[in-house]
Design a protein around this ligand. Sequence first.
Ligand SMILES: [Zn+2]
Length: 172
Amino acid sequence: MTTPPFAAVAERDIQIVSAQLGRPARNVIGIAARCVCGNPTVVSTKPRLADGTPFPTLYYLCHPGATAAISTLEANGVMAEFTDQMASSPELKQQYAAAHEAYLADRESVEHVDEIAHVTAGGMPERIKCLHALAGHSLAAGPGVNPFGDLALERATWSPDVCTCDDYLLES
Ligand SMILES: [Zn+2]
């Protein structure tokens, strides 16, 4: 398991994430994955926001090219397809449950928040509800941790290895 870098975040990274999201990025504790050009693709947020709100989504897919490509998969019924795959594969079910635990462990390493102690993202551990969250986890953790995040990235027309940041008016 890769340990994500929850180190100091550069002001420039926060500016780029804010541009990607179209709103000021707050409570950022790290950039968990990047485009080949260096721009953030996954932003990590404090498990408890400064205003006290619990925030379970440690890995948020912030690159507009990535979110658009994953939205296309969702629109094309890929979540139902993956749900069927999981239903017929005990191995996938087990890997997905393990991904949930890995996600929790990463977040616990940052901060324990009681209200979300067993909550992760994307529908884990039993449902597939948001491919953006699963792909974000896969980009942060690397391949082999979240099976459906990996599959979503394989199917997506976007890749962190091919910079499309110019298309989204992001400086690189
Ligand atoms: Zn780029």
